[in-house]
Design a protein around this ligand. Structure first.
Ligand code: ADP
Length: 250
């Protein structure tokens, strides 16, 4: 496989808007959002409640249909005024890993099975999937809990297994919704370290919606949303000067 070109965005939105409802019910949840996220980046999406963060994450995750605009994921234009792919479930399986605040583990499967299940969905044979799942749990420093059921895991362990599950289909795009909200600062730091490792080792793009101030200093850039608009993009790398870039009006 050709090595990925890190100068091309993994996620790119152009003039993406989302409107819910009509007439008096109309809500402009996103208005002409243009943004790019590059391989190796861990970015935050911040804004007050109702500013459009979840809508944005769900659009990139091909869960919510935009009203208009253009969306490219991992080298493929997937939306251009309409979905360009019919099977959105397969599209998600190919390109995207999801991580939620309350880990989305299946309660009746142990850690290995929770991860292997997703691998089997992408066609890996059960035995190979178990081996690969175990390697992934080891990579995320939770291999010692491979046979535990979700209810037996601590919050931090469960979140690491959930990250393994999100990585099981080898996506280059990871979407995380408040992944550290239920964790203390030490465990939140571990989760952010792991997401950073994924971005670096796999050339992934990690998009995190959060209110969690403990992790604001873990992002390369922060996209600030307000009233459905991208209000500014903050460079947060310690090595670079802090600055907020206000996007050109479109
Ligand atoms: P945030 O994640 O920043 O809290 P959301 O993306 O959830 O913001 O919501 C943005 C706006 O869109 C809000 O005004 C919200 O009420 C509205 N909204 C979100 N989902 C729906 C929906 N399914 N139907 C109608 N309005 C919605």
């Amino acid at each position: 496989m050709a090595s990925p070109d890190n100068s091309l965005p993994l996620v790119e939105l152009r003039d993406v808007s989302k409107r819910y409802g009509e007439g008096a019910e109309r809500v402009d949840a996103l208005v002409n959002v243009t943004m790019s996220v590059f391989p190796g980046e861990v970015v935050g999406m911040l804004g007050p409640s109702g500013s459009g963060k979840s809508t944005l994450l769900n659009l990139v995750g091909c869960v919510t249909e935009p009203t208009s605009g253009w969306l490219q994921l991992d080298g493929e234009v997937v939306y251009d005024q309409r979905w360009l792919r019919r099977d959105l479930r397969r599209l998600r399986l190919e390109k995207i890993g999801f991580i939620f605040q309350t880990h989305n583990l299946l309660p009746f499967l142990n850690s290995i099975e929770n991860v292997a299940e997703v691998m089997e969905l992408r066609g890996v044979k059960p035995r190979g999937a178990r081996t690969e799942a175990e390697a992934l749990l080891n990579y995320l420093d939770v291999g010692n809990r491979k046979l535990a059921m979700p209810a037996q895991l601590s919050g931090g362990e469960a979140q690491r297994v959930a990250i393994a599950r999100a990585l099981a289909n080898r996506p280059r795009i990871i979407l995380a919704d408040e992944p550290t909200a239920a964790l203390d600062s030490q465990r939140a730091g571990v989760v952010m370290d792991l997401l950073r490792r994924v971005a670096t080792d796999r050339g992934g793009a990690i998009l995190v919606v959060t209110h969690d101030e403990k992790i604001f200093n873990r992002f390369d850039r922060i996209f600030h949303l307000r009233d459905g608009r991208l209000e500014g993009i903050e460079q947060t790398k310690a090595s670079e000067p802090r600055s907020v870039v206000v996007p050109e009006p479109t």
